[in-house]
Design a binder for this molecule. Structure first.
Ligand code: SF4
Length: 364
């Protein structure tokens, strides 16, 4: 038998299922015990150390910890995510407990591309050690997709300002409104390291017939959410179809509801259970009277005089191939038309690095 390896913290983390399931390995039982004792600030700091944005995550985390909660084996699991919000909302001023600005710099300069959670987290850990951190972002304010894509009704701006502010106040230079368009130029500024924290900022499009002709009323979901967030868009047609089954699709349909969409539908190619959206996000959408229609694959956009009139769908059914793999096959029924005024495409996101030169030595 192999001896137990307790040299790595993983051994201890694995013992606590929820802590192991959390990508940041947040010590869940510890902070819940502190909340039970009314020690909200202490509970917040335990969270802050491991997951950096407790107030934000307490409202938006995908909560992989909750299905792992052992209490779920006997009754309902703990509301781990929302308890994080409890700690964040009920804590006292904790600023004096945060790491101080480094008194002496160590002479190393680091550039961060993108002011989202990845760059902010790395800068939070490096700035107090004396590294001179500069974060670049095309948007005027820091936060990245936290700020631009998550609807305000799920995450108030004040919570973002507070938790992003804790980090920027550690002596980090923020170059807002400065889009990096060349890695070579950035390296030419003599940085000792560059961190690429620009995320997956490009929403996938759907190149099907009618896309170009009806372009005016077909929007890429994440771009549309940004426009809503920055106040550039404040209304949408009465009949809206959201294509896609992830959390972005759920944000799109619920935002549409608030911007004038009376008849909003989510239409997805997969089955309900296979949708990428978290169960509670689907629940919230349905609770707002938004139907989710599964097993429909978009085939073309219909239009008249340059105006979108609807979407044609092919109905599919889930079967298994010879290897037992799940596949979607057309049912053979005639295509079905759903009329609409606007379409939001939320079928995935991808990385986009047009600013990294091909000969930079960075491999993709
Ligand atoms: S809510 Fe998110 S950050 Fe918090 S413990 Fe669960 S997985 Fe980790």
């Amino acid at each position: 038998m192999k001896p137990t390896d307790i040299a790595t913290p993983d051994y201890f983390h694995k013992v606590v299922d929820c802590q192991w399931a959390c990508p940041a390995h947040t010590p869940v039982p510890e902070y819940i015990r502190l909340i039970a004792a009314g020690r909200y600030s202490d509970a917040y700091m335990i969270n802050w150390q491991s997951n950096v944005f407790p107030g934000i995550l307490g409202r938006t985390c995908d909560r992989p910890c909750e299905p792992a909660c052992r209490r779920g084996r006997v009754e309902e699991g703990e509301a781990i995510c929302r308890l994080k919000r409890v700690a964040a909302d009920k804590k006292d001023d904790i600023r004096h407990r945060l790491p101080k600005r480094a008194l002496r710099k160590n002479g190393k300069r680091i550039a961060f591309v993108g002011a989202g959670p990845a760059s902010l987290t790395a800068a939070r850990d490096l700035a107090p050690l004396g590294y001179q951190c500069t974060i670049y972002d095309g948007d005027a304010q820091a936060g990245g997709m936290i700020r631009s894509q998550i609807p305000k009704f799920r995450l108030p701006e004040t919570v973002i300002d507070e938790e992003v502010g804790y980090i920027l106040d550690m002596g980090i230079e923020f170059q807002g409104g400065t889009r990096v368009d060349s890695l070579a130029a950035l390296l030419g500024e003599g940085y000792d390291a560059v961190m690429v924290g620009s995320g997956a900022p490009r929403g996938r499009d759907l190149d099907i017939p009618g896309r170009k002709e009806a372009a005016k009323n077909i929007h890429i979901g994440i771009d549309w959410l940004s426009s809503v967030s920055f106040g550039h868009v404040d209304k949408i047609g009465k009949r809206v179809i959201v294509l896609g089954g992830g959390n972005t699709a759920m944000d799109c349909c619920r935002s549409s509801r608030r911007l004038g969409g009376d008849d909003v539908k989510v239409i997805v190619r997969s089955g309900f259970e296979e949708m990428k959206a978290s169960p509670w996000e689907k629940e919230d959408a349905m609770h707002e009277g938004i139907p989710i229609i599964n097993y429909h694959v978009p085939k073309s956009f219909t239009h008249e005089d340059g105006r979108l009139t609807g979407v044609m769908f092919e109905k599919v059914a889930a079967t298994q191939d010879e290897q037992g793999r799940r596949q979607l096959v057309p049912t053979g029924e005639p295509e079905i038309h759903f009329a609409c005024d606007d379409v939001l495409i939320a079928v995935g996101q991808e990385n986009a690095f047009p600013w990294i030169e091909r000969d930079s030595g960075v491999k993709f």
